[in-house]
Write a new protein. Structure first.
Length: 342
């Protein structure tokens, strides 16, 4: 294992106030988002959408790495350049989603365990050889009265740690994504409690599997009340709960924490990231950045609508969100930035 190369890649992913763009929706998820807007659910439409994203001029000023999906990492632009080469030439690191999705557990209704360890070493070796520099694996945890259960947390944390160890063996930086979902009526305090529980288990397993923490990126949820929670939480309460949770659980050797957006509106995600980067009185041990999918892509997808004539306007909207989050990383995001939204 080339320890220094892994550390350098992890550092590069969080350098210069940049963050990650997740564009690794599986085919069913991408198709679902297209269907909601009446965009054809074809391989060529998915290819065209992903080309629109990666050729956006200026994206490399805000985005350090993009996360691709197996179909996407093999695709080419209309002109025949591989997506990987487009990214490499613009100085953006390529990442790849390597889990095979969160699967229902028959004996535990409402819980899911992420699959994908079978054959993972071989897949990682292929992606590394193609030019990928990092990978992603997502586990999901729903909050309910008795959820998530201990066995579900343990099984997912164990799988995340196995994945992370195999990634580092293959020379890829693992992005470790345990997502506590926003769906539900739970309070902010309950989300904090569950997120602490989940992250504690994840770091226990990472350490047990001897994963080098200086060579990972953690991709957690922000600590938020459930979407249908009756209690209002102030912006400060959300920031404080998120920082308290991370300080309690995340070792200082982890170089970066890149939040998922999880269904927050793009503006909320930027504004909360901004607050997280301004509120702390003492410097935090890790970089706090973004690894958003919907909160960067959605406005642009709605403008594009599958039509060539909308490509430029969609790229402007995409770049706008990337710039807002780049600003939020250094606490420089303002409402005025939204007013200048193209
Ligand atoms: P969202 O930012 O849309 O939550 O997606 C992040 C992600 O990569 C989910 O795996």
């Amino acid at each position: 294992m080339n320890t220094q190369a892994l550390i350098d890649t992890a550092q590069a992913l969080v350098a210069d106030h940049k963050g990650l763009l997740a564009m690794d929706e599986s085919t069913p998820t991408c198709n679902r988002r297209f269907a909601a807007l009446g965009i054809p659910q074809t391989e060529d439409a998915r290819r065209a959408w992903r080309e629109l994203i990666i050729v956006t001029r200026g994206l490399n000023e805000c985005i350090s790495g993009v996360i691709l999906y197996d179909e996407t990492i093999r695709q080419h632009t209309q002109e025949g350049t591989s997506f990987l080469n487009v990214l490499i030439e613009s100085g953006i690191l390529a990442g790849i989603k390597v889990d095979m999705g969160a699967k229902e557990v028959p004996e535990h209704p409402g819980e899911k365990i992420t699959a994908g360890l079978d054959g993972l070493s071989e897949r990682l070796a292929e992606y590394a050889q193609m030019g990928a520099r990092f990978a992603k694996w997502r586990a999901v945890f729903a909050i309910g009265e008795a959820l998530p259960g201990h066995p579900c947390i343990e099984a997912n944390a164990h799988a995340l740690a196995c994945y992370a160890a195999l990634c580092q063996d293959a020379g890829l930086v693992p992005v470790v994504e345990p997502e506590v979902l926003m769906t539900g009526t739970h309070t902010l305090a309950r989300c904090q409690e569950v997120t602490v529980q989940v992250l504690t288990s994840v770091f226990h397993h990472l350490q047990e599997q001897e994963v080098m923490l200086e060579g990972i990126i953690l991709k957690p949820n922000m600590v938020l009340p459930g979407l249908n929670c009756a209690e209002h939480s102030t912006a400060d309460a959300v920031t404080d709960a998120t920082i308290a949770c991370l300080l309690q659980v995340v070792p200082v050797t982890v170089p970066g924490i890149a939040f998922l957006s999880g269904g927050q509106s793009p503006q909320m995600a930027s504004s909360r990231l901004n607050a997280l980067n301004t509120v702390s009185k003492t410097p935090l041990p890790w970089a706090l950045t973004f690894s958003f999918a919907r909160a960067i892509q959605q406005p642009a997808l709605e403008i594009w609508h599958g039509e060539n004539v909308n490509v430029e306007a969609a790229q402007a909207a995409l770049l706008h969100r990337a710039r807002c989050n780049h600003a939020a990383r250094r606490g420089a995001y303002t409402d005025a930035m939204e007013q200048s939204n193209p």
